[in-house]
Design a protein around this ligand. Structure first.
Ligand SMILES: Cc1ncc(COP(=O)(O)O)c(C=O)c1O
Length: 386
């Protein structure tokens, strides 16, 4: 059987290409994935276990359990001071599935999509799977953080652009888009009917405020915006595969029908755990953020002054994306670091064009392990690049 060209051309992303060399090896300090090593809190697990024990093992509504959708609305309204329409809230499965369905909703063969690089590799793959072509506009590293002006983003839109992916706070750079720039982009996209996929999964991981600016604060009910969010990051629930979208109000039926044919609704007992996360989880959100803030400090201390390493401080998310001057092949470097020093990081090349001199380091791991891993990375840089 032949495979569709677009699918045949897909490559496994560079993060798993490195990680699957030594997955679950206890000798490895794993800073490759976007997750910490803290197990989901007990009260969330307990809610899901209770649901399973009560026999909640059947299909649920493919739009999401009504109680979870209501809890998401209450959470968002409280966090941003808004009154989001319940018809806009949908729970197809994990945030990744939300991005996939949003891309399917907007794109077909020959259309164009725009991503703001450096970016998470899954996004371009998801976009390309629709048949669309992907363009990229790149942030710049500065001493105070990664930046891009909204005018540069708008200038990169073409007459064929049908969707733009805005991930703020950004994986892998920590860039955060301010509200006035979100508003400027939204205005242009409204005029030209371009979909914005606003990936806000790191919305609670910002250093200095309660939440990052959200498109939800400025988008009207039927603006061309799909805000994607999830439980993986802020509540330490990566393995649960559960998230949500807030979509244009008039797209309610299409979200249900696409959800039906992609996953037929999210896992039932995971949805019950997700309700507990929203209703009881503020303490968890703050504890995790405090830990990530300490991890961020450690990264800045260990790598910040190294003569071969340029590191822009991340404003949000839990990644550092340093440039290692003299490194020419990020995959080869990350593989050798893993083999020689038992430290796992993600190679820069997989985050889009012009990232071959970069590595992505997740600093959500326990602080001792993180510091040890970073010291070994520095040793390796000194041994191999001097
Ligand atoms: C930018 C971004 N979006 C989406 C996701 C996926 O979230 P989920 O685990 O809910 O599918 C990730 C996970 O790393 C991410 O970094």
């Amino acid at each position: 059987m032949s495979i569709r060209d677009r699918i045949a051309a897909m490559e496994q992303n560079g993060i798993t290409q490195i990680a699957y060399q030594r997955l679950n090896d206890p000798n490895v300090i794993a800073l490759w994935f976007g997750e910490g090593d803290v197990v989901t809190p007990e009260y969330i697990r307990r809610a899901a276990i209770d649901a399973l024990e009560a026999g909640e093992t059947f299909y649920s509504h493919s739009h999401g359990h009504p109680a979870l959708r209501a809890a998401i609305k209450t959470y968002l309204d409280g966090l941003y001071g808004i009154d989001v329409h319940l018809d806009r809230v949908s729970v197809p499965g994990a945030a990744m599935l939300g991005v996939t369905l949003a891309a399917q909703m907007a794109l077909s063969d020959g259309d164009e999509a725009l991503v703001i690089g450096p970016h998470w590799p899954n996004i371009t793959m998801t976009y390309r799977a629709t048949g669309a072509n992907v363009n990229e506009v790149r942030q710049r590293a500065t001493d105070t953080g990664w930046v891009i002006d909204v005018a540069e983003i708008i200038a990169a839109l073409t007459p064929k652009t049908r969707s733009i992916f805005v991930n703020s706070p950004c994986n892998p750079t920590g860039w955060v888009m301010p509200t006035d720039e979100q508003a400027a982009l939204l205005e242009v996209c409204r005029e030209r009917d371009i979909q914005i996929i606003a990936d806000e999964v790191y919305h609670r991981t910002v250093y200095g405020s309660e939440a990052a600016p959200s498109f939800l604060s400025i988008a009207r009910d039927d603006d061309p915006v799909v805000v994607v969010n999830g439980f993986s990051k802020a509540w330490a629930m990566t393995g649960w595969r559960i998230g949500w979208v807030v979509a244009p109000k008039s797209h309610l039926v299409q979200w249900m029908t696409l959800s039906e044919c992609f996953n037929t609704g999210a896992t039932v007992f995971a949805q019950v755990g997700a309700i507990a996360a929203l209703e009881q989880g503020e303490g968890t959100v703050h504890e995790l953020r405090d830990q990530y803030a300490r991890g961020r400090e450690i990264v800045m201390n260990v790598l910040g002054d190294h003569p071969r390493i340029d590191l822009s401080p991340p404003e949000g998310a839990f990644y550092a994306f340093p440039r290692i001057r003299g490194m020419t092949d990020s995959y080869e470097f990350a593989s050798a670091l893993l083999a020689k020093k038992d430290v796992g990081v993600a190679p820069g090349y997989t985050f889009g064009a012009n990232n071959e001199e970069h590595l992505r380091i997740c600093f959500a791991q326990s602080l001792d392990k993180l510091e040890d891993g970073l010291n070994r990375l520095v040793e390796f840089v000194d041994e191999t690049l001097n």
